[in-house]
Write a protein that binds this ligand. Structure first.
Ligand code: SF4
Length: 208
């Protein structure tokens, strides 16, 4: 079986296992989604959801965020990691949206990538989750799981994204992102993967 076939079998099984796989982030607009995804770097969606209700009660538009007092903003997102740089990025990103995109979140990968604080993962997630366009965000879970599965052999998430995109049909990119994340969180955990109960262990290269 070649890698593409194996990948597609893996995704079929993961879909049956996690039919509700999707974003856990809570948001009410493209702007709030973008903010939530920026905040989610190196922390959990659960942790982000703890700070966003209070944050979005005040700063739910680019205009409000751009005018925010940096210290106040930091205070509101303090419970997520890297809050100082994230607060700075959020303010700059909001200003950038106002100055160059009429205050609207662009629905284009290259344009999203121009925004302060937005990297490939964030752009991919906003594109697929927010706009329903093709995007395959690779975070630490996706990177770990697909490397263990032997679908890719890479040493960083960017290379993983490129290799993985070649194995999966464009229309399945967004779903694949969530399925690998769910599997990484629940079974193929970073420290101790639970291979015995893994429903794709017969398709895995690291069946240990
Ligand atoms: S068999 Fe183990 S290493 Fe492979 S995907 Fe399952 S949990 Fe991860």
């Amino acid at each position: 079986m070649d890698k593409k076939d194996r990948c597609s079998l893996i995704l079929e099984r993961l879909f049956l296992e996690y039919p509700d796989a999707g974003t856990m982030l809570k948001y009410n607009s493209f702007f709030e989604l973008l903010v939530a995804v920026i905040l989610s770097a190196q922390t959990t969606d659960k942790q982000v959801n703890k700070v966003t209700p209070e944050l979005f009660a005040v700063y739910n538009t680019p205009e409000a965020m751009a005018k925010a007092d940096l210290k106040e903003l930091e205070e509101k997102i303090k419970k997520v990691g890297l809050y100082r740089s994230k607060a700075k990025n959020l303010k700059n990103m909001a200003r950038f949206l106002i100055d160059f995109y009429d205050g609207k979140v662009p629905d284009d990968f290259e344009e999203l990538m121009k925004l302060p604080g937005v990297g490939r993962k964030t752009a991919n997630v906003v594109l697929s989750v927010g706009f329903g366009k093709p995007g395959l965000g690779v975070d630490t879970h996706v990177h770990r799981v697909v490397n263990r599965l032997g679908l890719v052999q890479t040493d960083n998430p960017i290379k993983t994204e490129y290799e993985l995109k070649d194995l999966i049909s464009v229309e399945l990119w967004g779903r694949a992102h969530h399925l690998f994340i769910f599997h990484g969180r629940r079974v193929c955990k970073a420290r101790r993967p639970e291979c015995i109960k893994c429903i794709i262990n017969d398709l895995c290269c690291k069946n240990f």
